[in-house]
Design a binder for this molecule. Structure first.
Ligand code: BGC
Length: 373
């Protein structure tokens, strides 16, 4: 079958011909429809991240996925040919208490693998085989946006973690309702945009920052969902002296991360989701003032990575709510869908203003059984 291959830690990407994975008892064969491209893929292709499965000279790239069930092995219940499915990314170490309960996003040993990223082949291929535990069935009505489910799962977890920490300042029962919570979202790529949508659904007033003017699709969509856009190309002073209850970071920029700490209000929480380059030169920070303010302000900085299937499931609910509240807005985040043959252009060029580029591995008609949506 066709597959997009990388050979970490070497830079580069190529189209290859690899064996079809065998269907083992208890597993499901999935035909891939679409794969999203994200910053992690760029990091892998540039040789800064990622690992091939042990013993293999290459890694099949791709972790943001959507496919259709092609074949179900004996012993599998709950899936039939034609079902739309999204696979989760991380596969647990099998040893720690989190991995043994399908919560490998909190793995304690670090011995997990991630499909398409580290130690396990991904989804930019004609087909893959997986066990039901890692497959999330998607309602047909969500077909246009389902390729966003994996990045949305990461956002669902990040927002939930932030909210959990905010909740530590429990109000006394009977207290009057507090003011509308405020959030700052740093970055208007797919993660930042999905975070804005989720936070608006949760009732936050949201400001989203990037380094662009009002001409981008992101700025238009922010307006549509009632969030404010601020261009910080000229510096964070564009935000005035505003501080926020929750700050969600989605850029991976070390310098920006530190500047976001200043934007925390009293008891505020900063959740970091972008993965900085470990090779960045050391940053100089006024550590004393920074840590003192954190303590005196009851503030917290939380890292959040990956997502277990509960966040994929809450993501499905939110995709439905997005469509109810802002019909047609979330699908616009998929700003480019390109055929598989154009993989090199899609994977290596970053078009300014694009929120999510998607590689169409196979058109739906090639996989959908007669009568399916
Ligand atoms: C993926 C996560 C993964 C993380 C770290 C992200 O791009 O969406 O599933 O855990 O990279 O490898």
């Amino acid at each position: 079958m066709r597959a997009i291959l990388v050979r970490p830690p070497a830079a580069g990407v190529e189209l290859g011909d690899v064996p079809l994975p065998a269907l083992s008892p208890g597993s499901v064969r999935v035909g891939v429809l679409e794969c999203g491209v994200c910053g992690t893929d760029h990091d892998i292709m540039s040789g800064r991240y990622g690992k091939a499965p042990s013993g293999d000279p290459y890694l099949v790239l791709g972790h943001e996925n959507l496919g259709r069930v092609l074949e179900v092995a004996s012993g599998v219940t709950g899936f039939v040919r034609g079902d739309l499915v999204v696979a989760t990314v991380r596969r647990g170490c099998g040893r720690c208490r989190f991995c043994r309960t399908n919560r490998s996003d909190f793995c304690e040993t670090g011995l997990y693998t991630e499909r398409g990223i580290s130690g396990a082949h991904g989804f930019m291929a004609d087909e893959y085989v997986e066990i039901p535990e890692y497959l999330v069935r998607v309602p047909p009505s969500l077909r246009p946006v389902a390729v966003l489910l994996e990045p949305l799962s990461v956002v669902e977890k990040a927002v939930f973690q932030g909210q959990r920490v905010l909740d530590r300042k429990e109000p006394t029962p009977g207290d009057p309702k507090t003011a509308t919570p405020t959030a700052l979202v740093a970055g208007t790529g797919a993660i930042g945009m999905l975070a804005t949508f989720v936070l608006r659904v949760r009732g936050y007033e949201v400001v989203a920052i990037d380094r662009h003017g009002e001409e981008t699709l992101a700025a238009t969509l922010l307006g549509l969902v009632g969030a404010r856009h601020a261009n910080v190309a000229g510096g964070m002073q564009a935000l005035g002296d505003q501080t926020f209850d929750l700050v969600i970071e989605a850029t991976g920029s070390v310098a920006l991360d530190f500047s976001l700490i200043d934007r925390l209000g009293p008891n505020g929480v900063l959740v970091l989701t972008g993965i900085p380059d470990a090779g960045e030169p050391p940053a100089s920070v006024a550590g004393g003032a920074l840590l003192r303010d954190l303590v005196l302000g009851n503030q917290a900085i939380v890292g959040s990575v990956n997502a277990n299937r509960t966040y994929f499931e809450s993501g499905l609910r939110d995709l439905t709510v997005f469509e109810e509240r802002w019909p047609g807005a979330a699908p616009r985040m998929v700003s480019a869908r390109r055929p598989f043959e154009e993989y090199r252009t899609v994977l290596t060029s970053r078009t300014p203003g694009t929120i999510k580029s998607v590689l169409t591995v196979r058109p739906d008609g090639a996989l959908a059984p007669p009568g399916s949506p």
